[in-house]
Design a binder for this molecule. Structure first.
Ligand code: KIV
Length: 271
């Protein structure tokens, strides 16, 4: 007989129930074991292994360069730190847009090699066949509409999306299509709060907003932004919960000083 500690894991059904009960969903990105372990223990519902790793971990200007192998590396590190949270992994640019067969083989690689629990794909109508094919293989999919960073060169700017009627109407149609295709949730990034409210009310699956106002069923932030590690990025939607850039700088400066003045290590800090 094996003895397991009963941990009530967050599943895609948990998120659906949370929406139905009017409970907000808290999601954060993470890219490695140590942060994932802290976030999981702190009670985060969903950890997103975002392709924003391309920006905040690798220093690229966009999310486009990150590869499937690199996403698998980040996701498998996160998974090893998680006990309870649902872990959603971004399929990176160029691994699902070609056709649904390619999308399915990318999805299978991530699920098999990382141990992630679900995938996120950017786009609506254009990728819905891929979404259906992945879901039909038993893999839960989260959608992502609005400012979809993998399309940055089409948009030309990171400004708010869907302010115009035609784009807003398409976004509403896409949200319904993704729900009908079987997605368990959809991220709404940088769109007007009123549009996010309408979309959230029109869906039975939860919406998770980033720069999409308070009416979404949950919120997501990039960990480096909300922890103030990255202090150059100051969009209006961002609330900083810490200033780690300053704290880390102070700690490192103090360490440098202590080493130079031969204060570290002291008598107690040696064998
Ligand atoms: O990659 C990412 O971090 C994301 C979030 C911004 C939603 O997709």
């Amino acid at each position: 007989m094996s003895v397991h500690n009963e941990v009530k894991k967050v599943t895609t059904n948990t998120l659906l129930r949370m929406k139905a009960a009017g409970e907000k969903i808290a999601m954060l990105t993470a890219y490695d074991f140590s942060f994932a372990r802290v976030f999981d223990a702190a009670g985060i519902d969903v950890i997103l292994v975002g392709d924003s790793a391309s920006n905040v971990m690798a220093g690229h200007e966009t999310t486009l360069p990150i590869t499937l192998d690199q996403m698998i590396y980040h996701a498998s590190s996160v998974i090893r730190g998680v006990n309870k949270s649902l872990v959603v992994v971004d399929l990176p640019f160029g691994t699902y847009q070609g056709n649904s067969k390619e999308a399915l083989s990318s999805a299978i690689r991530v699920m098999k090699e990382s141990g992630g629990h679900a995938l996120k794909l950017e786009g609506g109508e254009e990728i819905v066949e891929s979404v259906k094919r992945i879901i039909s293989a038993g893999v839960p999919v989260m959608g992502h509409l609005g400012l979809t960073p993998q399309s940055i060169y089409k948009f030309g700017t990171y400004a708010v999306r869907a302010k115009e009627e035609a784009e807003a109407e398409k976004l509403k149609r896409d949200a319904i299509l993704l729900q009908e295709a079987g997605c368990f949730a959809v991220v709404l990034e940088k769109i007007p709060a009123q549009l996010a409210k309408e979309v959230s009310e029109s869906l039975t699956i939860p919406t998770i907003g980033i720069g999409a106002g308070p009416h979404c069923d949950g919120q997501v932030l990039v960990m480096h932004d909300m922890l103030g590690i990255n202090n150059e990025f100051q969009p209006r939607f961002l609330r900083k919960y810490a200033n780690l850039h300053e704290q880390i700088t102070n700690a490192v400066q103090q360490y440098v000083k202590d080493v130079r003045r031969k204060d570290f290590p002291n008598e107690k800090e040696q064998y």
